[in-house]
Design a protein around this ligand. Structure first.
Ligand code: ADP
Ligand code: MG
Length: 688
């Protein structure tokens, strides 16, 4: 369900101590959990904490993972009477899964129904009510809320949790909230972190007091490999099986980098356990796109040993009790951005020392534990960096800059960044926005730019949407934008790859993957959204349902700005051409040109790339648009559609005129210009 919170209907006749519904009786579960809660380290400092928070506007709180920060501190804030009637305490989380999972847990701890008094909000999904006084939300969502509520008036207390992660949105919130605090003496800020680099936060927030929650970690014995593992997945499976075979009771936590890797490894562990005749072991995946009911399984207690195979999310965001053994291959997916080439990519990269230590710490929560590092001690000591660089230093800033401009932060250079991004990155962001038509030549936000900022999407996608509404096919583009924003809809189970691939072929569109998505969505609707039909066609029902919900939310935003919802004429021979032009209107900066045979190079940064094997585009057109640049064993482009160069020239003349383009790109553009200058047949405007 999607509800918007409206907190104005709680009248002020309640006194501060009374307004939060105090129950007369609580469930048995409430008392059971309460006993456990009281043992958490933060409870020893409850009175101190309340006193310090009452006396200060900003407080920094540092404590080991699992000490009770995320679940308990917001409740202490409420107990202290710091939330006035109709106001909220907002707690940010860098990860969607954490926001939902913790909100669910806290609503149980307080004996409420999730979505009533305690709610959550993540992109495209909000669960809250008029009674909500505690909301867990992603940092990106709070940033978005600040656009319609610039002083964050709904909140009396804001808790920026997991501050040590230094995500892009949290870093921007630091600057925005620091400024709001000057204007709102009634607002309090609590910054929570799992690591001790708190000095930096204290200094940034004018020497705010620091509360340290002493940890209660048991010793963790660390093992290294003699040589670097050749294949860390294989090595991880072997280590898990060894632990299971030779070690006493205790659950296992394995850190891997992404969904596919995790699912494959879970299957392998299960198979080996069976084949080797070992006692059963419950193998559970944990990653962000996993449905919520599956995520909560990791917290269930069970008789047999549990083995949780997780992404970085289990490093500090979620605490799972009972872990005694940690297997750490030493990698995670990390964002990198090269402002020169404008390429932002998610790369599997070595983690930092700080991360490695956090991961090891997960083994010592309940009793002494063991951590198996699948790398050498030398690599740990000499190769791993101390701390991962803040995300703001390795991100494409176009989206954030657009939001800041909308918020009226014009002087970006003097914005109070905790770590200012390199000027080049800011300039690139402004350039991108200018090419997209979000900024005019003076650098002022245009009307299009202003509307673009309202979509919770990357600027390319919002530009494509707005353009499609003016060019007769917003219904189709809405579908494509939504499918691109939801998890991948094609399932490819390991044991049925051939069947899955042939099922996918029946949806493949001759012109490329964006249009294939459109085919899938239409068939899904035609078949009454039937889960069985999806299953038979190797489609992920949940993913398409999610896309459907995203689609209606995006449609509402279009309507709010009086942008029309129109369908193209299916019988026109220009039907697909018009749709492709709209995609090009947003993605003209992500074009690849065929160099020879299967090898392409990306225009602008001239990376040599090949098509990702998942593409349904069997031809090799001269130019194509891609949605993603994926760097794994090869440089891939993924989600690809054939485009004509003359549309690109018409849609973004300024972009393609750039003098700073490298040689090969310039030559390709000039050649294409010469070729197409004669033919006026294919203008970029909408054709009937
Ligand atoms: P921190 O934020 O300091 O890392 P948390 O507040 O997240 O700590 O967790 C404190 C404790 O609450 C955990 O150690 C665990 O025992 C319990 N807990 C948290 N979430 C859940 C859950 N979903 N199910 C069961 N127990 C939970
Ligand atoms: Mg926490």
């Amino acid at each position: 369900t999607t509800t918007t919170s409206n907190n104005n209907n709680i009248t002020s006749k309640f006194t501060i101590d009374q307004w939060i519904p105090k129950k007369e009786t609580f469930s048995k579960r409430y008392y059971d959990i309460l006993e456990k809660r009281k043992e958490l380290p933060v409870w020893k400092q409850k009175e101190d904490f309340i006193k310090i928070v009452k006396e200060n506007q900003v407080v920094i709180l540092v404590g080991e993972t699992g000490s009770g920060k995320t679940t308990q501190i917001p409740q202490f804030v409420v107990d202290a009477g710091l939330i006035r009637p109709g106001k909220m305490v907002g707690v940010t989380q860098p990860r969607r899964v954490a926001a939902i999972s913790v909100a669910k847990r806290v609503s149980e701890e307080m004996d409420f129904e999730l979505g009533e008094e305690v709610g959550y909000s993540i992109r495209f999904e909000e669960l809250s009510s008029s009674r909500t006084f505690m909301k867990y939300l992603t940092d990106g969502m709070l940033l978005r809320e600040s656009m319609s509520d610039p002083t964050l008036n709904k909140y009396d207390v804001i808790i920026l949790d997991e501050a040590h992660e230094r995500t892009l949105s949290t870093d921007i919130l630091f600057g925005l909230i620091k400024d709001i605090l000057k204007r709102r003496s009634d607002l309090k800020l609590i910054v929570m972190s799992a690591t001790l680099e708190a000095g930096k936060f204290q200094k940034y927030f004018e020497n705010a007091p620091l509360i340290k929650v002493p940890g209660r970690l048991h010793p963790v014995e660390i093992f290294y490999t003699q040589e670097a593992a050749k294949d860390y997945l294989e090595s991880a499976v072997r280590t898990v099986i060894d632990i299971h075979k030779t070690e006493g009771p205790g659950d296992i936590l394995v850190f891997l980098t992404g969904e596919e890797e995790i699912e494959d490894t879970c299957a392998k562990i299960q198979r080996e356990t069976r084949e080797k005749g070992l006692p059963p072991m419950k193998t559970l995946p944990l990653y962000s796109s996993l449905p919520i009911y599956q995520q909560s399984k990791i917290f269930d207690t069970c008789k047999e040993r549990k083995c949780i195979v997780a992404t970085n999310i289990a490093e500090t965001s979620l605490t799972i009790d009972g872990i005694v053994f940690v297997v750490d291959p030493g990698f995670s997916k990390q964002k990198t951005y090269n402002p020169r080439t404008r390429v932002e990519s998610l790369l599997v990269a070595p983690i930092s020392k700080a991360s490695a230590n956090q991961r090891a710490g997960r083994a010592g929560r309940t009793r002494p534990g063991k951590c198996y590092r699948l790398y050498t001690e030398k690599a740990f000591k000499e190769l791993m960096i101390q701390q991962t660089h803040p995300e703001i230093l390795r991100s494409n800033l176009a989206s954030v800059v657009l939001q800041l401009l909308k918020l009226g932060v014009v002087d970006l250079v003097h914005f109070d960044f905790m770590d200012p991004p390199v000027p080049d990155t800011l300039i690139r962001a402004l350039e991108v926005l200018h090419y997209l038509g979000a900024l005019d030549d003076e650098g002022q936000l245009t009307e299009t730019g202003s509307i673009m900022s309202e979509f919770p999407l990357d600027p390319q996608l919002s530009k494509m949407l707005i353009f499609s509404s003016e060019n007769g096919c917003s219904n189709e583009i809405l579908t494509i934008a939504a499918m691109l924003s939801a998890p991948n809809c094609f399932m490819r189970p390991k044991d049925n790859r051939i069947e899955a691939d042939s099922a996918k072929k029946s949806f493949d569109h001759f012109d490329g993957d964006h249009l294939t998505m459109l085919n899938v969505y239409h068939s899904f609707k035609k078949n009454g959204e039937d889960p069985t039909w999806c299953y038979e066609n190797f489609l992920n029902h949940r993913a398409i349902k999610q896309a459907d919900s995203v689609r209606s939310q995006l449609a509402r935003i279009l309507t709010r700005f009086k942008l029309s919802l129109v369908s193209g004429d299916v019988n026109s021979k220009y039907y697909y051409e018009n749709i492709k032009k709209c995609i090009a209107a947003g993605f003209f900066m992500q074009v690849a040109k065929c160099e020879k045979k299967n090898i392409y190079f990306t225009l602008g940064d001239e990376q040599s790339v090949i098509f990702h094997p998942s593409t349904g585009l069997t031809r090799r057109p001269e130019f194509c648009i891609y949605n993603e640049f994926v760097l794994t064993s090869e440089n891939y482009i993924r989600t690809i559609t054939d485009v004509k160069f003359d549309w690109l020239l018409e849609l973004a003349p300024n972009y393609f005129k750039q003098k700073s383009f490298p040689k090969k790109t310039k030559e390709a553009i000039q050649r294409a210009q010469r070729l197409y200058s004669g033919s006026s047949s294919s203008s970029s405007s909408y054709k009937k």
